[in-house]
Each structure stands twice: as C-alpha cells, then as structure tokens.
Design a protein around this ligand. Structure first.
Ligand code: GDP
Length: 301
C-alpha cells in the first residue's frame, strides 16, 4: 500500500502518472479539506472532487477544477436570474456535488467519498483529511479574507500577512493508512494550505516518522509552479525554495525530489533531508508525470 497526501493541482498531476504504473487498488489518497464549504446550496470539496475526477479520468486538467467538456447551463442561468455564483460550477460537476451533499447528510463525508469513488470505478481509497469543517482566514493588507474570497474574488492579489486555520479531527483510517503503508508520498502541493492542514492533524507527524516518506517540491527556483504557495510561505517567514519546503517536513522526511534547475541548492537541502533526488519535476505531459512517479516508486527501500 502507498499513501499519497494531496491538494488539488500539483499532486493530482502526479496521480495521473502514478495510476499508470501502480495498481490503483494499492493507493490511499488523503485529501486536504481546508477549503471545503457550502456554495450555491451544495457542499464544495474542490480538492476531493479534483482527486475523484483525476482518478476516473474525468478531470478538466487545464484548470485542475471540475469536469472536462462540462457545460455551464445552470451557472449561466443563475447569473441571468440575478443569483450569480462565486464559484463557476459546471453541470456535471454540480451533479457530483449535489450527490455528495446528500450522501454527506446521511452518512458523513468519509462514507460519501467512498460511495462516490466506488460509483466512478475508482480502485484507490480516497479519504478526506477530516469530516469537520476548517475555519480558514487569510490575513492580508486589505483585511481578513475567507479563502475563496482571497482566491477567486481577489484573484490572490492582496499581500498576505498570515494564514490561520482551526484544528480539526482526522478522519477515521488516516493514521492506520500511514502506519500500514510501505511509503507515503507528499505530492507537490501547496505546503501551507494543502499539506500542512493534513500534517497538523493529531498523530499524523508521529506516524510519518515511522514510515518512509518522500516529498516532491512544488517550488522550483524561488517561485511556485502555479498558485499562491510562494505568497503564503513568504508571509509565514519560510524561505520560498526547495530548502524552505524541506525545512517544513524535516522532522519526518526521508527523501525529497527537487527540480534539476535547483542543483545549486542540493547541498543545502541535503543538510536537512537525508536523500535528495534531482530530476525534471515539471509535469506538463503524461510521460513527465509517469517518469516522476517511477522515480518515486524506485526510491522506496
Ligand atoms: P490547490 O489545492 O489547487 O492549491 O493545489 P495543490 O496544493 O495540490 O497544488 C498547488 C501547488 O502545485 C503549487 O504550489 C505549484 O507550485 C505545484 N505544482 C503545480 N504543477 C506542478 C508541477 O508540474 N511540478 C511541480 N513540482 N509542482 C507543481
């Protein structure tokens, strides 16, 4: 069994490669739920849905959000009748979200994800990091913002001063999954808003210390490949580089994969993490995704 810790863009790219070379039934994916909330009357768990769509080959992998070739009839009609949505939710995607909302009310989020994964023919186990809602606030130069207001309404533009989120309880099965895995992969996801919420769950860091853990840096050079990760790291006083990423995971990390471009940082990263692998980490096509996945699998002792 291999466990992957995931957000909703960088790690799903890696999952596309991983599922080509590893039996999906041998994968457990623990997914960030920090940003989950209700929008337009439905529960939106963006990262979970991205992982569900990635594993079932439905993902819109230009946006890493929603279903490819989806239509937006309901979204457009809502705007026409004076009920605009903050999130652009496609019609097929909305059906997933309506079903998840209903299943969640009946059985809770964990079971809802299990049922949806099964319906989509996904062999991997997909576990939301928590069944509780996180309260997240982005403290910026224009005031305290809700996560989606920062990301969508303000297009991640304001200067970030701090990021705060509440503690939540881990979903059942997370610690077991980590303890019973031959390896845990921390994909190249946002270290602050995707990975650290998972690491902050009770017992997770301790369990990771006893398991082989390999991480891929989402930072190349001094910037993130996409999204606001560098802004968040900067605000929290963390060096925006593979060195900063390594320092965040230092207490449990066995191996870190950094980009070829960061060969000048290898020595310093190596002072933090035992083993450093240099390779191409830009996953802009399936071959690149498979290659990176294979390098990770080959590193498992
Ligand atoms: P979110 O939930 O949409 O914020 O997505 P994630 O947290 O999963 O991923 C965002 C991170 O993925 C960003 O910090 C990017 O730098 C990183 N990322 C995206 N594509 C790539 C890639 O091809 N290679 C690497 N190394 N990182 C990537």
């Amino acid at each position: 069994m291999i466990t992957v810790l995931s957000g909703g863009t960088g790690t799903p790219k890696l999952l596309q490669g991983l599922k080509e070379i590893v039996d999906s039934n041998d994968l457990t994916i623990i997914v960030n739920t920090l940003e989950n909330d209700f929008f337009s009357g439905v529960y939106v768990s963006a990262d979970i849905d991205t992982v569900l769509y990635t594993m079932s080959d439905m993902i819109n992998d230009e946006l890493w959000y929603g279903v490819k070739n989806d239509t937006f009839i309901t979204h457009e009609r809502l705007e026409e009748i004076g009920c605009p949505e903050l999130l652009r939710i496609g019609d097929i995607d909305r059906a997933t979200k309506i079903q998840k909302t209903q299943l969640m009310e009946k059985y809770g989020l964990l079971k809802a994800c299990e049922i949806q994964a099964e319906n989509m023919g996904i062999g991997a186990k997909i576990i939301p990091m928590s069944e509780e809602n996180s309260d997240i606030k982005i403290i910026t130069d224009i005031g305290e913002l809700e996560f989606h207001d920062f990301l969508i309404k303000h297009q991640s533009q304001p200067d970030v001063l701090d990021v705060k989120f509440s503690e939540v309880k881990p979903s059942e099965g997370i610690i077991d999954a980590i303890e019973n895995s031959e390896a845990v992969i921390i994909g190249p996801s946002n270290p602050i808003t995707s990975i650290s919420p998972i690491l902050s769950l009770d017992g997770v860091r301790e369990a990771l210390k006893d398991t082989y853990v390999i991480a891929v840096s989402p930072i190349i050079g001094n910037d993130s490949v996409s999204g606001p990760a560098s802004k968040f790291m900067n605000a929290l006083g963390i060096d925006v580089s593979a060195i900063g990423v390594a320092s965040l995971y230092a207490d449990f990390l066995d191996t870190i994969v950094i980009d070829n471009e960061d060969d000048d940082k290898e020595v310093e990263v190596n002072q933090i993490v035992n083993k450093v692998i240099l390779t191409n980490t830009i996953m802009n096509n399936l071959d690149a995704k498979k290659n990176l996945a294979q390098i990770i699998i080959d590193s498992i002792p």
